[in-house]
Ligand binder design. Sequence first.
Ligand code: PNS
Length: 160
Amino acid sequence: MRRAVCPGSFDPVTNGHLDIVGRASRLYDEIVVAVLVNKSKSSLFTVEERMDMLAEVTGEYGNVRVDSFHGLLVNYCRTHDIPVVVKGLRAVSDFDYELQMAQMNHGLAGVETLFIATNPLYSFLSSSLVKEVAMYGGDVAGLVPQHVLDRLLARLAERC
Ligand code: PNS
């Protein structure tokens, strides 16, 4: 079984994330999308809500499952017998930090990192930008799946 993990905050999942998860799902037998539980970072959605949205929008791939983790990613990989991390690279600006993490993860536990070049349609896209634009009434349809858009607009309406 060739297995890889796509880790992240996914607050919320965007079409950019989905592009990477979908492409990774064609390269491996199983992809685990792992949501980081980070109590020190404030988020719009709870980990359970983020996992629900991920499960909903990745269901069509057939070989993707959703999980959460806390602590070091390499410990999660070790425990679940996952040798590869898949990350999307949007632009050169992502590269410095992603390279550091990939080298650290390899040094710590021999975990490899596969970088997939993000579809240029989504090279500007991040969860934080989507939240900011949506919060100020901008149109983010087309940047997140419809199901996520509905939940995002509902959550922002609640908060306002
Ligand atoms: O979506 P994000 O917030 O950019 O994802 C970052 C993430 C979760 C992939 C990264 O912060 C991570 O792997 N965190 C787990 C803690 C860890 O292993 N830190 C050392 C990295 S070398």
